[in-house]
Design a protein around this ligand. Structure first.
Ligand SMILES: C[S@@+](CC[C@H](N)C(=O)[O-])C[C@H]1O[C@@H](n2cnc3c(N)ncnc32)[C@H](O)[C@@H]1O
Length: 300
């Protein structure tokens, strides 16, 4: 089953993307993937990733003016997405993905229909004790971690929470093995002002090839709202939320690790060793300005 968006809303996004398809002769999947990549890149300040599709347009022999026009169409699709979200409060990203899936074998997944997702959000709301007890140091954790798709279920829970307990410090988690789905979830987190992490990897194996931290509060500090985590930060997210032991912890827990620690310890002044980050030092204790449950309207 799909989310059938009204054409008038969907076309805010699909018209510019279809223009790109027509101009370049590339598949709707390629154009949609490029658009998602460029939008994540612009929210994370990754200029190289933003330029990648544009460089491909250039190497395909297009002049600078045409490349600029194509870049403008990508930007128009983002403007259209924001507009359509304001008009409908639906998961437009997931809906557009499903719309293209009707005509292309490359769009593999279908997501929970909006009405069902909202009902599920209602049924999965945290109890009042959990809401009351959440603190910035020990926030409420809400996730769809066995395949979040475009993230619509988490978005629906976030919206519902915002209505009933706007001050509750909350971390949202998404996990998907499909890169396009994980990146759509990242964008939905940004556009719905949700603080949290999206993991790209196989949730059954608890691997995470990429992890993004999303917080629009970073904008206030002049940073981008999306930050891709490095390897050690990724490991700490897996440790903090999924109980995956850190390698350091494993070393300490085994005799081999302990023996190695002893034999390998260099004769240096402990004061001169910089403090290693630990699992509790990860940015999951949220500063008050990162726990905003402010809605989409405030973000816009
Ligand atoms: C049917 S969709 C549901 C998406 C979303 N939960 C919803 O309700 O709309 C299933 C999603 O799970 C993802 N998925 C399947 N197996 C997975 C795995 N082992 N690890 C992470 N994601 C997985 C797929 O990529 C897909 O996006």
């Amino acid at each position: 089953m799909t989310t059938l968006l009204e054409p008038e809303h969907r076309e805010h996004v699909t018209d510019p993307l279809d223009d790109i398809t027509q101009q370049t002769g590339e598949s709707p999947y390629q154009v949609f993937s490029d658009w998602i990549d460029m939008t994540v890149a612009s929210f994370s300040g990754d200029e190289d990733a933003y330029q990648k599709p544009l460089d491909r347009y250039r190497t395909d022999g297009r002049d600078e003016e045409t490349v600029r026009e194509l870049a403008t169409l990508h930007a128009n699709a983002l403007g259209g997405l924001v507009l359509a979200m304001e008009e409908t409060r639906e998961d437009i990203l997931g809906g557009v993905y499903e719309y293209y899936g009707l005509t292309s074998e490359h769009f593999a997944q279908y997501f929970t229909p909006g009405t069902v997702s909202r009902a599920m959000a209602e049924m999965n709301l945290p109890d009042t004790d959990s809401l009351r007890e959440a603190t910035p140091e020990d926030p409420l954790v809400v996730g769809d971690v066995s395949g979040c798709g475009s993230g619509r279920l988490i978005v629906d829970i976030a919206r519902r929470l915002r209505g009933m307990a706007p001050e509750t410090p909350t971390v949202f988690l998404g996990y998907d093995k499909d890169p396009l789905c994980a990146k759509m979830a990242v964008l939905n987190f940004v556009l719905n002002d949700m603080t949290g992490y999206v993991l790209l990897g196989d949730a059954l194996k608890l691997d995470a090839r990429r992890v993004w931290f999303i917080s629009t509060a970073q904008l206030i500090r002049g940073d981008h709202p999306v930050r891709e985590l490095d390897t050690s930060e990724r490991d700490r997210v897996l440790a903090r939320f999924f109980g995956v032991p850190l390698v350091d912890d494993l070393d300490e827990d085994t005799d081999a690790g302990a023996a190695q620690d002893e034999s390998d310890t260099p004769d240096v002044d402990p004061e001169s060793i910089p403090e290693e980050p630990t699992s509790t030092s990860l940015d999951v204790s949220l500063a008050p300005d990162e726990t905003s449950q402010a809605g989409f309207d405030e973000f816009a």
